[in-house]
Design a protein around this ligand. Sequence first.
Ligand code: PNS
Length: 175
Amino acid sequence: MTHGARVVAIYPGSFDPITNGHLDVIERGSKLFDRLIVSILHNESKSPLFSVLERAEMLRESVRPFGNVEIDSFQGLLADYALRKNARVILRGIRAVSDYEYELQMALMNRRLQPQVETVFLLAGEAFSFISSKLVKEVISLGGSVAGLVPPLVEKRLRERLRAPESLQQELLTT
Ligand code: PNS
């Protein structure tokens, strides 16, 4: 991006679990940046469906085709983590106008915390604009198909996990 320096970008998120929308942003990002670190936030307060280790495993498998993409996890402030990783860019995907307000707030806060780190937004392909991890979990738990919306491995893991008793499913879905 500048004077031949290698540009490292962080793509942060919950990825609970990764969807084909995330994967589309990762593929686009991998072509723009020299190194792309997909990083999972450790945030147990969100009561995730999958542990960080499980999410990392699914991500690692899914990004295998992209040679410059790696998987990591972080705790604390994203802006500080980006600096520790020597990343100049935070990558975020935008699906629709509804994403914009939250993303704008985060980007401006991160800029205030670490002015040297820029947030770059990429548009996921329009075919992915309605996909979210939350909806995918809901559809699977109610017996619907999410084929084409998540990598096949993720679909399998979701089916295994959401075959839990109904009461537990409800608990997982409200998070
Ligand atoms: O996939 P998500 O849940 O939309 O990702 C949100 C994420 C992980 C990017 C955001 O919650 C985050 O950066 N959390 C780290 C804590 C932090 O830096 N908070 C201030 C951000 S403005």
